[in-house]
Design a protein around this ligand. Structure first.
Ligand SMILES: NC(=O)c1ccc[n+]([C@@H]2O[C@H](COP(=O)([O-])OP(=O)(O)OC[C@H]3O[C@@H](n4cnc5c(N)ncnc54)[C@H](OP(=O)(O)O)[C@@H]3O)[C@@H](O)[C@H]2O)c1
Length: 307
């Protein structure tokens, strides 16, 4: 399909620094095309300290909205006119819409993970959920899982104080029972025994971080019906997912979280509901973006080698 911009075209940006590895603009454009929305998303590097100037530009040019990645997810908050309770609680915003002269922010990471888990046929109502991590993405993810009806939630983190803070924040909004603790091989095994669902929100297992679980014996303690959701996108099968699979326990990686988030993105920015066919279009867009990136990397390497 050839995209033709006209005076009605909605304009969105994906902003952050660096953006070399970001696929959101490609994904958003595929989603706009799938939903037949006359809109375009453009990558724009906005460095730390440049956000105010960018936002002035959004207002001056009446830009429709933007998607935010590092390092602005928190820095954008003072500029907003409105935001929902969960984004405010966890001080994290990854989408901003500019509507009727107001900047409205939200975080869609959590809903992406919740929809990805539910798409696998997992009903979170009344479930005992084991959350690993207490970083930026964990709060919004845990909140959405509580909204979906989880009744007990253990939150384990390397730094236990952060798990306690996060559990306290969740307690303000949800009636589930929260159990914050340090993440050790012993606590992992103890909480795994009763877990229906495990949601892995740490950096462990990420391809470029070179840190992984030193001890995965807790996977052996999970009940056979358990389900494992990992936020990590690369590698596609983390050591955690492989350990779960070797026991016949089902799991998903962070791809679903990224793509299901697009359904919420279309609703938030454009007020459009899409059917579930959007998922295949999203997946194709990401793989296309990755192939293009690999081709660009090869070209740059050739040029650097003087070939
Ligand atoms: N799929 C998606 O769409 C999507 C979107 C956003 C993020 N993610 C993924 O979600 C994960 C977390 O992102 P984030 O933004 O929350 O990161 P973050 O704020 O930097 O938090 C990192 C988390 O990982 C833990 N951690 C880091 N190194 C560790 C180690 N060596 N041992 C044990 N725990 C360790 C940290 O524990 P401490 O608190 O003790 O430091 C913290 O809980 C990343 O893998 C990211 O790629 C996926």
């Amino acid at each position: 399909m050839v995209f033709r911009a006209d005076s009605d075209t909605q304009i969105y940006f994906q902003i952050g620094d660096p953006l070399r590895f970001a696929t959101a603009a490609v994904l958003h454009n595929a989603m706009f095309a799938y939903a037949n929305v006359n809109a375009v998303s453009i990558n724009k590097v906005v460095k730390k300290g440049e956000l105010g100037r960018f936002i002035e530009g959004v207002k001056d040019l009446d830009i429709d909205g933007f998607d935010i990645t590092m390092p602005h997810k928190q820095d954008v908050i003072p500029f907003l006119d409105e935001m929902d309770d969960i984004s405010r609680e966890f001080q994290s915003v990854n989408h901003v819409n500019y509507r009727n002269g107001k900047l409205i922010g939200t975080t869609l990471d959590g809903i992406g993970m919740r929809l990805a888990i539910e798409a696998e046929g997992v009903d979170l109502r009344g479930k005992n959920v084991l959350i690993l991590g207490a970083g930026g993405v964990t709060g919004p993810v845990a909140a959405e899982i509580c909204k979906a009806g989880a009744s007990r939630m253990a939150v384990l983190n390397r730094t236990p104080e952060k798990a306690e803070t996060l559990a306290g924040q969740l307690e303000k909004h949800f009636a589930a029972e929260f159990m914050p603790d340090a993440m050790t091989p012993e606590t992992l095994c103890r909480y795994a025994r009763e877990a229906d669902v495990v949601v892995q929100c740490t950096c462990l297992g990420m391809l470029d971080k070179h840190v992984d679980f030193e001890d995965l014996s807790f996977v052996g303690q999970l009940p056979p019906h358990a389900f494992v959701a990992d936020c990590v996108i690369f590698p596609e099968r983390t050591s955690l997912l492989r350990a779960a699979e070797s026991r016949g326990i089902r799991g998903i990686n962070g791809f679903g979280m990224l793509i299901w988030q697009q359904k919420a993105m279309l609703k938030f920015h454009c007020g459009v509901d899409v059917d579930d066919g959007f998922y295949d279009a999203g997946e194709e867009a990401i793989y296309t973006a990755l192939a293009l990136r690999a081709a660009r990397d090869q070209r740059d390497a050739r040029r650097a080698a003087g070939k």
